[in-house]
Design a protein around this ligand. Structure first.
Ligand SMILES: [Cu+2]
Length: 596
């Protein structure tokens, strides 16, 4: 149901994306001066997407930034509606601004213009925004912080104080002053292909690995708040530092903006308490480390309850597939207690799980629970109208002369239910709304076309080849969906952080091996399952989610590992309008970029 909504208009943001898209292959120096303007709020500021000089790892080059900075200050908003129901729907009835190209919009042509409207409904906590055009999100992203409605408390003790917000050129006004407690920002980002970035455009890197059919090169730096930290060359002086006061509690809002890596994260000698994920609260979860998927946000409390000193915050990849090369480095920031006297000793380093520790990953993720309290009730669908089993697989496609850089000279691909998503030439939303035929089919399979032992060690190579198609799964308004993601061991089994646009979903179960329809649902958590928007399906395992299709529109679902998206691990849901006017998609904005 539509509530009084806070709207952000992001003016020109997609102009910028369109420009990038159309000029990616050209080596013309780029100058941008497009503005992201936030309206209907007195909170924030203007931002400009532009190229700026950027120095990391002893090298300088020009990259795409917001306001000339790699690290973007968060947008801070206040939950502005009376309902306490938490079911995290995004962009209610308004897929027009959802963003993915050729799904809900066509790219903007150079000189074009498009106002992007973000409608918040019942999210509370931390979300983020990022570019959704090829790999441009590598540098263009930022947090969105949604505070509780005025007068409504957090479901946990209010933090005593805050980390300094990293604000750059941010002209925030009175609301931020009123609500400035407990905000802080930790942004873990992979400077994807940072080495390559310093020599070539990130889009060129994407084009290159798509051309060769192989794996993308590893990045050579991870970052916390835009800085790699002092384990990397030329980075010590600018290592991100947080000054804290002993005895105080701080809130950390974290997003994994990495392109291709799940991450482990921890603070030396300190336990943290997770209180939210993906814009929804969780039961307090104490842990000495955190696993976070690309695309996921985690809100946590950190109490400065150790002796005065310095402690590392550190993050490194979690990678369950030994066959792929990846950036196995560790990024750090430093927490320094007030009153610390300089000494030569190193900050205390945290214990992080091993890089391939799948148990550590699933133990953390599997421990998240919804609050499911009176003030924050849950609404798990109990009666299911649509049951789906979607396999998520790495695949291979033939390559002329077996000259590609994938396995055995083949080309890497990826699929959902053996379908590698074939991007159409006009947007699916446009085609759906305008009743244009021939753009997509409505025959996406509810189940894998072939049942085999999905997680077996040695699978027949004949199973590796997917179909290329543009098929959507059509849902009736208010369908209650159970969707089981089944990871497969085709080519190379790995965790897949699956993300659904336009909805939050309850994660009701997970396990290793093949999903068993008669046994596994008996173990579902229908009492307090976490409400998420991205969930890592464990390597050679399965994850069951439930959601209600109450958001009419066209919604992308994809793996949030960028290389898997590029290889086609995507699917699209179309939720039909309901019978009442307030259950129908809103009309498109007048400046929707034309597809022809
Ligand atoms: Cu994946």
């Amino acid at each position: 149901m539509m509530k009084k909504a806070m709207a952000l208009h992001v003016v020109g943001f997609l102009v910028f994306l369109g420009f990038i898209h159309s000029q990616a292959a050209a080596s013309v120096p780029k100058t941008y001066n497009y503005e992201i303007k936030i309206q209907n709020t007195d909170i924030c500021t203007l931002k400009y997407v532009k190229e700026a000089n950027f120095t990391r790892l002893c090298k300088s080059k020009r990259i795409l930034t917001v306001n000339g900075e790699f690290l973007v200050p968060p947008f801070m908003l206040i939950e502005d509606k009376p309902s306490l129901l938490m079911h995290g729907v995004k962009q209610p009835r308004y897929p027009w601004s959802d963003g993915p190209e050729f799904i809900t919009q066509c790219p903007i042509k150079p000189g074009g213009n498009f106002s992007q409207k973000i409608i918040l409904s019942d999210e509370e906590g931390t979300l983020w925004w990022h570019a959704h055009s090829d790999w441009s999100r590598a540098t263009v992203h930022g947090l969105i912080v949604i505070f509780p409605k005025i007068g409504r408390p957090y479901p946990f003790r209010k933090p005593d104080a805050e980390f300094p917000i990293i604000l750059v050129n941010m002209k925030c006004k009175k609301r931020r002053q009123r609500y400035k407690t407990n905000v802080s920002l930790i942004l873990i980002g992979v400077q994807m292909h940072a080495g390559e970035w310093f020599r070539q455009d990130v889009e060129a890197v994407l084009l290159d690995f798509m051309r060769t059919g192989g794996d993308p090169n590893s990045s050579d730096a991870l970052t916390i708040n835009g800085q790699p930290g002092d384990l990397y060359p030329c980075s010590t002086a600018e290592t991100t530092k947080f000054i804290v006061e002993q005895g105080k509690t701080y809130m950390i809002r974290m997003v994994n903006a990495a392109m291709n890596l799940l991450m482990f994260w921890a603070i030396g000698d300190h336990e943290v308490t997770v209180v939210g994920t993906d814009g929804a609260y969780t039961k307090p979860l104490k842990s000495d480390y955190v696993t976070i998927s690309p695309g996921q946000t985690i809100d946590l409390l950190f109490k400065a309850n150790q002796p005065i000193g310095r402690y590392y915050i550190a993050a490194k990849p979690y990678n369950s597939q030994p066959q792929i090369s990846f950036d196995n480095t560790t990024t750090t920031a430093i927490i320094e207690y007030k009153g610390y006297k300089k000494s030569s000793s190193h900050p205390v380093f945290p214990h992080l799980p091993k890089v391939n520790d799948t148990s550590a990953s699933v133990n953390f993720t599997g421990s998240l629970r919804s609050l499911a309290s009176r003030a924050h009730p849950i609404d798990v669908p109990m009666k299911i109208t649509k049951n789906f089993l979607f396999t998520v697989s790495i695949n291979t496609l033939p390559c002329p002369n077996n000259a590609c850089l994938g396995p055995r000279g083949l080309r890497f691909a990826a699929s959902v239910n053996n379908i590698t998503f074939d991007s159409p030439s006009i947007s699916i939303l446009d085609a759906y709304h305008g009743r244009i035929t021939g753009v997509y089919g409505d025959d996406f399979p509810s189940f894998p076309p072939l049942f085999f032992d999905f997680t077996a060690a040695n699978l027949n190579r004949s199973l590796q080849t997917p179909l290329n198609a543009t098929e959507v799964k059509v849902l009736e308004f208010n369908d209650t969906v159970e969707l089981v993601f089944q990871g497969t061991n085709l080519v190379a089994g790995i965790d897949h952080p699956m993300h659904l646009h336009g909805h939050s979903f309850y994660v009701v179960g997970w396990g290793f091996g093949n999903f068993n329809r008669s046994k596994d649902p008996l173990g579902y958590n229908l009492v307090d399952p976490p409400l998420q928007q991205t969930i890592a399906v464990p390597k050679n395992g399965w994850t069951a989610i439930r959601f209600k299709a109450d958001n009419p529109g066209v919604w992308l679902m994809h793996c949030h590992l960028e290389r898997h998206i590029s290889w086609g691990m995507e699917a699209v849901f179309i939720t039909k309008n309901g019978s009442r006017p307030e259950e129908a998609m809103l009309p498109p904005p007048p400046d929707m970029p034309p597809c022809t």
